[in-house]
Design a protein. Structure first.
Length: 525
């Protein structure tokens, strides 16, 4: 093919494109965005980055790709477009953003609602695509495209959980983004069994069993981005509820530097990790980021010179260089049994997913006494409460005082969108609850396109840390209560509520978010 220098098209139509894949001409349908098949885009390094909407369509060509593929794109679209070059990373981002958006659930749900019935379960199960990549599916079955679209859209928006809830009036899909659930889709009730069966097959669950809860996993690739989706089903009155938790495997590389800890908390955590033995606890409610903090600590210790072993329920992220064991109650592999077993594997560092009972607590204490560094979580509201909880599990105070090294408590608050946040004078109720002086300037949420009109974009951690020093060891050994421990622990260090207030003053979060995560403390202050 010949053409003017710099013209990637040459003379269109002079030579056929040497490519086994030919695209059918694109047809304009109201509400349907201009598009090229994902498989063609990924294979040949060409992707649409702007639909135009009154402007020229923009197409990105990956560096090193054959520019003759643009001829096939022009034939497919039957309209002119501008071309820009993109390096590997930029192309991958364009690819992921573009096809997560195209796979959005709305259109597929509308089509499914009108064309799928309960009799199509077997057909849908047999037509599941075998492609490794979620987006690289040529199967047009409406249920398949619906589930792919829901997961792809959730991954694009950074959603942590997808709730699929059947009711008599319809099937509702809600997504949890930045800790808040929002309804994103509603479908007719007869769609529910089709959707649930599709998900259960993807997770290798028993589609015939609808009376008992089931758990499974789905491994997916989304435009080169690896995702691990945990699936939980629960029988309900109107059908089976399904919750999908999306775990981005890229998060296994998160280090201490990006957790957002204040300097005091970061110092306490790093000093505790440097100890040769002892127990380090991370506390907080479900969804507060405890596991992420523990993995960051493991990554800090994972230098190849130590044997790191974990027992978790379940294993959320696979970490290279760390031996990870998953709890399995069906065969008797509990936290306590798993901990006993890994202590015979010559570990230097042991991570326990959670200390839930007296037996696990006692084994953890004995492991720390015999020269192991033990990392774990406890479900308590604050750092000092973890000490009381272990005493309630009948751990002897003198053992607790000698083995505990540090306790970190944390919460996650939504971060104000930096594009639309607005400065305001704090009202009287906010000043009273947060301890601000009258007339204090803070920021409030507004909402814009950048944050999807929520006023918030992303989340930020709120931490408090208790370093067990000689004075605290004495207080714990003598059976001191929580108030006595707290007075010494936070004499010169911020607690959760004061850390949240600092984020409000800095404009990182709103007063409502700070009050939400530290209400009990600020009301008692």
């Amino acid at each position: 093919m010949t053409g003017a220098p710099g013209d990637p098209f040459g003379q269109a139509g002079d030579e056929p494109v040497d490519d086994p894949v030919e695209m059918t001409p694109w047809e304009a349908v109201p509400g349907r965005p201009v598009d090229i098949p994902y498989g063609f885009a990924r294979r040949h390094g060409v992707v649409i980055v702007d639909d135009g909407e009154g402007r020229a369509i923009r197409v990105a060509l990956k560096e090193g790709s054959d520019p003759r593929m643009l001829v096939e794109v022009r034939r497919h679209l039957a309209r002119p477009f501008d071309v820009e070059m993109a390096d590997q990373s930029a192309f991958e981002k364009h690819l992921s953003d573009r096809y997560a958006l195209i796979a959005g659930a709305g259109g597929a749900a509308a089509e499914m609602a009108g064309s799928i019935g309960n009799d199509d379960l077997d057909l849908i199960a047999s037509d599941i695509p075998t492609a490794d990549d979620l987006l690289d599916s040529a199967d047009d079955a409406p249920a398949i495209r619906l589930i792919n679209g829901i997961i792809a859209e959730a991954a694009r928006q950074g959603v942590s959980d997808i709730h699929i809830e059947p009711y008599e009036t319809g099937l509702v899909v809600r997504m949890r983004m930045d800790g808040v659930l929002t309804e994103t889709l509603r479908m007719p009730p007869h769609v529910a069994p089709v959707v649930v069966s599709r998900i259960k097959v993807m997770a290798r669950l028993d589609i015939a069993e609808r009376r008992v809860p089931q758990d499974g996993r789905i491994g997916l690739s989304l435009g080169g981005k690896l995702l691990d989706v945990r699936v939980s089903t629960l029988p309900a009155r109107a059908g089976e509820r399904v919750v999908l938790r999306i775990l981005d495997k890229a998060n296994t590389g998160i280090g201490l530097d990006v957790l957002g800890m204040a300097s005091h908390v970061d110092t306490v955590f790093r000093q505790a990790l440097a100890e040769p033995n002892g127990i380090i606890l991370v506390t907080g409610p479900t969804g507060s980021g405890k596991t992420t903090t523990l993995y960051a600590g493991l990554r800090q210790l994972n230098d190849g010179s130590r044997n790191l072993l974990t027992v978790e329920d379940p294993v959320e992220y696979a970490v290279e260089g760390v031996g990870q064991t998953q709890v399995n109650a069906k065969v008797g592999l509990t936290f306590a049994a798993g901990l006993r077993a890994i202590l015979r594997q010559d570990p230097d560092v042991v991570m326990i997913g959670e200390i839930r009972d007296r037996e696990t607590a006692e084994i953890a204490v004995q492991a720390s006494l015999t020269g192991h560094l033990v990392l774990s979580t406890v479900h308590t509201n604050d750092a000092v409460g973890a000490i009381t909880r272990l005493r309630d599990m009948k751990v002897e105070p003198f053992l607790l005082a000698s083995t505990l090294r540090a306790v970190i408590a944390q919460r996650l608050v939504r971060r104000l969108c930096q594009s639309c946040r607005e400065p305001v004078v704090a009202d009287k109720s906010a000043c009273a609850l947060l301890g601000f002086d009258a007339g204090t300037w803070i920021y409030r949420s507004v909402g814009c396109e950048a944050c999807n009109h929520t006023g918030y974009k992303g989340r930020i951690g709120v931490f408090e840390a208790v370093r067990i020093d000689d004075t605290l060891r004495r207080i714990i050994n003598e059976g001191g209560d929580e108030s006595l421990i707290s007075r010494h622990a936070f004499l010169n260090a911020p607690n959760l509520s004061s850390s949240a207030r600092a984020l409000v003053r800095q404009g990182d979060t709103s007063a409502e978010e700070a009050i939400r995560i530290s209400r009990s403390e600020v009301l008692d202050a």
